[in-house]
Write a protein that binds this ligand. Structure first.
Ligand code: NDP
Length: 510
């Protein structure tokens, strides 16, 4: 049974989808797919609400965000219960990935928003010292957020927080796989007292997502697969609106000869199995230097065998949120085994747990295998033994993706040198995927992993139009570059250009 099922409706009636729990297959509820007309109407209402919202001082917007944080704290158990139903995930992971991450994002932006977006004086170049430059930021208007199923609450709310603080309205399209977790976001902001229609969540499928891009929004923040990301970028191009794309990854882990192997082995599993591997910056391939490979692999295998898989709430790893993912994993696994990979742990669908793939460790893998080149998005850790860290870097960079990655070495200097050679948006050293959790760190991918940033001051400003204000300070009758442009003025200007840019003055005052 599919966990997203189309329900028969009368001709011309809105489409409906039945959503079920991926672990128990019990029905969670039915959604009505938001069609293009309703999507446009939602964006129109959002624009009305935004006009008033943008007039409010940013400190007031941030005060309301703290109230939303209070609501999140109050309702966290209720929210987690629903998110767990839709994802089949364990409690600890749900708390960390959805509640803690959302709370931290709210607290971070609510505290720093006013300072980051305050008008600020910026020094003008020497030749324009008679002018004052004030940098201001205006909200864009209505921001559309299209979210995936692997973090159904946090991936919707995370970009919404800076967008709202910056003075925008937000319309979110959650994944059809996990719409109810997405809809919690609307309930949360409504309960916190945000204006009506300022944040709306439109349940639906890909068609609703596509309609949202065409509905008159001023920006799209998209998180999802590279394939859909390309379509989103093309549609945003047609509408001439900016987009941020947080896409798939195939993050590499590099284990150097001097790594703390005990920590690296534990980290390898934390990084590859978190959220049952359904995590954009999960470690999807590992390169270990030959001299320590045997010990590292045996530690990984030992720890992988101890992982507890289930659905009782206290498990380490769970079921696949979107059962179709099992087909992709099976395909990658068959391809790897057929080309000579050795399965050390797992390697198959769980025989007794619906929709689950066993935690899997394999070796003897090469870049001719999909498991080393395509995003598997499951609890799988393929390990490749390499002669040295230089070879590891080359292989890590032999990928169409470039989201994040990890380097493990006891020498920080060595690890930083290696990390700087890795072609990704971020790298963690002796840590896993933490760049996603550190708000000051701009998070984004390169290559097929996306463009733009979702965290930090850069993300906040990406929801704004920077408006520089240039103010004259002297109030003279006229200016050298205004009419009439006489021969005298020309000579004077040329003398200035030659003296200023043709001498040491350019270094002193440039
Ligand atoms: P998809 O690309 O399938 O879907 C993402 C969202 O786009 C969903 O809401 C989907 O709706 C919607 N959508 C589908 N078609 C269109 C369209 N033509 N126009 C607009 N929107 C559309 O991704 P998944 O949901 O499968 O998410 C998993 C992917 O997300 C993985 O590749 C993962 O790596 C990536 N990801 C990246 C992150 C990052 O920060 N870089 C973080 C988390 C995940 P519907 O589901 O209803 O069809």
């Amino acid at each position: 049974m599919a966990i997203v099922e189309a329900i028969k409706t009368a001709k011309n009636a809105p489409r409906k989808l039945r959503i079920s729990n991926p672990a128990t297959l019990e029905e969670i509820g039915v959604i009505t797919v938001t069609d293009a007309e309703a999507t446009k109407a939602a964006v129109r209402r959002a624009r009305e609400a935004q006009r008033e919202w943008a007039q409010r001082p940013i400190k007031e917007r941030c005060r309301l965000m703290y109230r939303a944080l209070d609501v999140l704290m109050k309702n966290q158990d209720e929210y987690m219960e629903l998110i767990i139903k839709e994802t089949g995930r364990g409690r600890a992971e749900t708390l960390m990935m959805e509640i803690l991450a959302a709370a931290d994002t709210m607290a971070w932006f609510a505290k720093r928003g006013p300072k980051e977006l305050a008008d600020r004086r910026v020094a003008t170049p020497t030749i324009l010292k008679a002018k004052k430059l004030i940098q201001t930021y205006k909200p864009l208007g209505v921001v559309g957020i299209i979210a995936p199923w692997n973090g159904p609450f946090v991936m919707g709310i995370s970009p919404a927080i800076p967008a709202l603080i910056a003075g925008n309205a937000v319309v979110i399209k959650p994944s059809e796989v996990t719409p109810f977790s997405g809809m919690l976001i609307q309930d949360l902001f409504a309960e916190a007292g945000f204006p009506n229609d300022l944040l709306q969540v439109l349940p639906g499928d890909g068609e609703t997502g596509a309609a949202l891009i065409d509905a008159g929004v001023n920006k799209i923040s998209f998180t999802g697969s590279t394939a859909t990301g390309r379509k989103v970028a093309a549609a945003c191009g047609q509408n001439l609106i900016p987009c941020t794309l947080e896409l798939g990854g195939k993050d590499a882990m590099i284990v150097c000869a001097d790594a703390n192997l005990e920590r690296a082995a534990a980290g390898a599993l934390a990084a590859s199995m978190f959220n049952t591997g359904q995590f954009c910056c999960a470690t999807e391939r590992c390169y270990v230097v030959e001299s320590v490979a045997e010990e590292f692999i045996s530690l990984v295998v030992e720890k992988a065998r101890e992982l507890r898989q289930g659905t009782d709430g206290d498990q380490d790893i769970s079921v696949m949120i979107w059962p179709k993912q099992l087909e992709i994993i099976q395909d990658h696994m068959d391809d790897a085994v057929q080309k000579g990979a050795t399965v050390l742990v797992g390697g198959r669908q769980h025989p007794d747990l619906n929709g689950a793939w066993e935690p899997t460790v394999l070796t003897n893998v090469t870049h001719s295998m999909k498991i080393m080149t395509e995003e598997s998005f499951g609890p799988i850790l393929p390990i490749m033994i390499v002669p040295d860290q230089h070879a590891a870097v080359q292989l890590a960079n032999d990928s169409k993706y470039g989201l994040s990655g990890t380097v493990w070495s006891r020498s920080e200097k060595n690890a930083i040198a290696v990390a700087k050679q890795v072609e990704t948006g971020s790298v963690c050293i002796n840590e896993t995927a933490l760049t996603f959790g550190v708000h000051n760190a701009p998070f984004g991918g390169v290559k097929d992993s996306g463009m733009g940033y979702v965290h930090g001051p850069d993300a906040l400003k990406s929801f704004c139009q920077p408006v520089p204000l240039i103010v004259d300070r002297l109030g003279m009758k006229t200016e050298q570059n205004w009419y009439p442009l006489t021969a005298d003025k020309f000579e004077g200007m040329q003398k200035f250009v030659k003296v200023f840019y043709g001498s040491v003055l350019r270094k002193v005052f440039g």
